[in-house]
Design a binder for this molecule. Structure first.
Ligand code: GAR
Length: 212
């Protein structure tokens, strides 16, 4: 069966991209990466893609007069590459409502908190400061508002006494690298129906949605 084509949008290190590259290396995984697009040149995520033999392109937001023109260039490039699902993997730009709406339920984002808690930046320190006992990551379908949209997969990790921003971020990142491929697997295999803010998953197992 044909594999679903992913377009991965990155801005930096690309460790979540690497998790997707590794997942796609399994021929039974239902998706493959058609293109890695970065809004920044020279980032480590681009090197990871090149090493894996995946086409890359840099589209710098600085070359465009405003978000609509930048997003139109992204859109054109993704569609020309035959992309069917867009994966935001540490892509640190807000997308316009027009872009988001035109892709329907086919854009995924990973965020390092248990949404809807701690949207935005500085999530790890804010989670520690809140006194919460758990933090984690969320993979969700993207809607125009930042870090909002139907939640597909979450993984929780404990916040330990003595945790720093860095130690918590590292623990969450390990969970991110399992959660993102799992979310892509579910969406790409057509197992997800979106109903308002809920994702209904055909034949879920407890492990596919709540693992950590
Ligand atoms: C990840 O922790 C991801 O969850 C976060 O940026 C990091 C990217 O790391 N994304 C956001 O904060 C988006 N709101 P990576 O480049 O190594 O995948």
């Amino acid at each position: 069966m044909a594999r679903v084509k992913l377009g991965c949008l990155i801005s930096g290190r690309g460790s979540n991209l690497q998790a997707l590259i590794d997942a796609c290396a399994d021929p039974t995984f239902p998706a493959e990466i058609a293109l890695v697009l970065s809004n920044k040149p020279g980032v480590m995520g681009l090197e990871r893609a090149v090493k894996a033999g995946i086409p890359t392109q840099v589209i710098s937001h600085k070359d465009f007069d405003g978000r609509p023109a930048f997003d139109a260039a992204l859109d054109q490039t993704l569609r020309a590459a035959g992309v069917e699902i867009v994966c935001l993997a540490g892509f640190m730009r807000l997308l316009t409502p027009e872009f988001v709406t035109s892709w329907g339920d086919k854009i995924l984002n990973i965020h390092p908190s248990l949404l809807p808690a701690f949207k935005g930046l500085d999530t790890h320190q804010r989670a520690i400061d809140s006194g919460a006992r758990f933090a984690g990551c969320t993979v969700h379908i993207v809607r125009p508002a930042m870090d909002e949209g139907p939640i597909l997969v979450q993984a929780a990790v404990p916040i330990l006494d003595g945790d720093t921003e860095d130690s918590l971020a590292a623990r969450i990142l390990t969970a991110e690298h399992k959660a993102y491929p799992e979310a892509v697997r579910l969406l790409a295999s057509g197992k997800v129906t979106v109903e308002g803010l809920r994702c209904r998953i055909d034949a879920p197992t407890d492990e596919t949605i709540h693992f950590n």
